[in-house]
Design a binder for this molecule. Structure first.
Ligand SMILES: NC(=O)c1ccc[n+]([C@@H]2O[C@H](COP(=O)([O-])OP(=O)(O)OC[C@H]3O[C@@H](n4cnc5c(N)ncnc54)[C@H](O)[C@@H]3O)[C@@H](O)[C@H]2O)c1
Length: 257
């Protein structure tokens, strides 16, 4: 198959919907084989079926990204199904709801940290050996603009996404030091139109909520999943072969202010 990601074999977490599904579809359309992993296996299977029906090559795997044994199994299964692994997208994440640092329960804080950060650690820990067999390899971690800019009522989300930012650089330097051509970078989106915004839409109504978010963005709109998928495709393809340890902001200009 031809395309910007031809020959790539990419494992994507949280791919049952939202950004993960968009990244899987974009990479498959550009010639990659994709493994869609999610807690929601039914959703991942449905997305994989759509990709296969469109002529792509996709597989679905059940995975709770906080569970090390499941990571080991899912990566081994994906490696066998695709005949290798050359890309990993750590995308699964949760927002965790809004609460001030005095109000948030420790259990809720730990849950967000576990899904958003343990996932990236475990994914890299167990995928690098496969990526090393299929160099050049690429790890893309979906952080957030909230990992670079804080707000007053998302302590766990801010802390977890900032951790993903620097963990990505750590992984980049680790692989380089080992002499591996395996790159690691983070993407930092602002508000993107996915189900993760549903809680906020529920509070204000869809149109009012989206307008409220759009007013904070210099470009005057929230982003589309494809905007993040394009950034991920670049970092997963060999077009970014000299880019590692970098952060790519997909934020309509918010962080320029
Ligand atoms: N949409 C945005 O506005 C936005 C902005 C910045 C960053 N992000 C980040 O992008 C990533 C994807 O977000 P989205 O908007 O597509 O969210 P989403 O809620 O639409 O999708 C998240 C997916 O992750 C899966 N998931 C959740 N916990 C999991 C677990 N423990 N194991 C495996 N899968 C799990 C869910 O089942 C779901 O399919 C997240 O890391 C999020 O923090 C999103």
């Amino acid at each position: 198959m031809s395309g910007r990601a031809a020959g790539k074999k990419i494992f994507i977490t949280g791919a049952a919907q939202g950004l993960g599904a968009a990244i899987a579809k974009r990479c498959a359309a550009e010639g990659a084989a994709v493994a869609l992993a999610d807690l929601n296996i039914t959703g991942a299977e449905a997305q994989a079926a759509e990709i296969n029906a469109a002529g792509g090559q996709a597989f679905a795997f059940a995975l709770d990204v906080t569970n090390e044994a499941q990571w080991i199994q899912a990566l081994a299964d994906a490696n066998a199904a695709m005949g290798g692994l050359s890309g990993l997208v750590n995308n699964a994440g949760v927002a965790g709801g809004a609460a001030g640092v005095e109000e948030m329960e420790l259990a809720a804080f730990r849950q967000v940290m576990s899904v958003n950060v343990d996932s990236v650690f475990l994914g890299a820990k167990h995928a690098i050996k496969y990526l090393a067999q299929n160099q050049p390899g690429s790890i893309v971690n979906i952080s957030s603009i909230a990992g670079l800019i804080a707000s007053h009522n998302t302590p766990a989300y801010n802390a977890s996404k900032a951790a993903v930012w620097l963990l990505s650089k750590n992984i980049a330097l680790y692989c380089a030091k080992k002499g591996l051509d395996v790159r690691s970078n983070s993407i930092h989106p602002t508000f993107i139109d996915t189900p993760i915004l549903d809680g906020f839409r529920g509070m204000f109504g869809k149109e009012a909520a989206e307008a409220k978010l759009a007013r904070q963005v210099p470009l005057g709109r929230i982003g589309a999943p494809e905007d993040v998928a394009s950034a991920a495709l670049y970092l997963l393809s060999d077009e970014s072969r000299f880019v590692t340890g970098a952060e790519l902001k997909v934020d309509g200009g918010i962080s320029a202010m």
